[in-house]
Design a protein around this ligand. Sequence first.
Ligand code: FAD
Length: 362
Amino acid sequence: LKRIIIVGGGYAGSMLARALDRAAEVVLIEPREAFVHNVAAIRAMVDPSLIDRMILPYDRLLVRGSVVRGRVTAIADGGVSLGDGRIIDGDVVVLATGSTYAPPFKPASDDMASFRAALLAAHEELRAARRVAIVGAGAVGTEFAGEIAAGMPGKVVTLISATHQLFPGFPAKLGTRLAHDLLTLGIDLRLGVTAARFDAAHPPVAGPLELSTGTAVEADLIIPAVGSTPAGDLARSIADARFDRSGRVVVDRWLRAAGRRNLFALGDVSATGDLMTIVAITRQAPWLARTVRAALAGRAIETLPPYKPWPAPPILIPLGKKAGASVLPVTRNGPVVGSWLTAAIKGRELFIPKYRKEFGLG
Ligand SMILES: Cc1cc2nc3c(=O)[nH]c(=O)nc-3n(C[C@H](O)[C@H](O)[C@H](O)COP(=O)(O)OP(=O)(O)OC[C@H]3O[C@@H](n4cnc5c(N)ncnc54)[C@H](O)[C@@H]3O)c2cc1C
């Protein structure tokens, strides 16, 4: 039986581990005490009752394989080494170290007590604030504005978008619809402006927040939502690994990194040609599972179909439980759909039941 080592038990690593659990001996290595369904972190800051339902222990994820708690510090040809000195050999290594995001959108540490505490502290700060400014109107910033408006009415929420059109990489109707919905929810949407002298790594806690237009936004609480940073530290220790401009590790058409035959990279850390989303991982992980299975059966990787990123990426942007808009993966231009489908697919439950089920919880 061949052993597959998967480094990182986020969305990509967990999904791949489950898909390969019966085909190989899977060893999933993850420093975190539990899986964090960070999709729900946005609403959890408004409604902390979600916190316990989005933290999912690893012990029932795999039937045959094992989850090893630890941090990989080096990848060699025949396996990996961990920070505590352990060495684990394997036939295939998959790098799935993902990305970081400003806490508590993603956890800053590996123990869940601190993550819970950080979410609760953010909730209290949010409750106490009358005026909230969100810097960055990507998916996280936009959803957060919608959640506050829906769940904590009465606050003044300013959402700052560097682009004139929301979601510029998607069909224009998506941005137009969301801008309309945000205004209907009473959000103070500022399009085509940036926060001046703003350091997202050390953001100010409260305003005034100076804008590129020369004006300022008064805020009791400033939330940076400026995007994910690929977690490439481990990949940087691999000889011959190369990186794209955003810091994702460069891969070949079969998602192999650093010119190695048995080293794959998946998810946010990998320059797959997809966006850094779970939606992308739902395409990559089944593809890699098929490819690894075929390789284990003796097929040469180069004879297998290469990975093709989403030609037109889908995206779901709920604004609270009822509103929002989405691009569904049907044609090149969408279709862009509104509140009803967005709420039904994602907004109401945020995929919490789906992930609880995957992690063996009722
Ligand atoms: C608040 C928020 C909401 C989001 N909502 C959505 C959404 O609704 N839909 C969507 O498509 N995308 C969403 N995203 C994006 C999505 O979270 C990412 O695309 C996803 O997390 C990427 O999964 P991943 O497995 O590649 O990486 P991650 O989820 O970041 O997981 C990487 C894992 O690797 C582990 N790791 C890191 N280094 C090591 C190491 N050296 N050794 C061992 N393990 C290591 C980490 O502890 C972590 O558990 C959201 C992001 C945020 C921040």
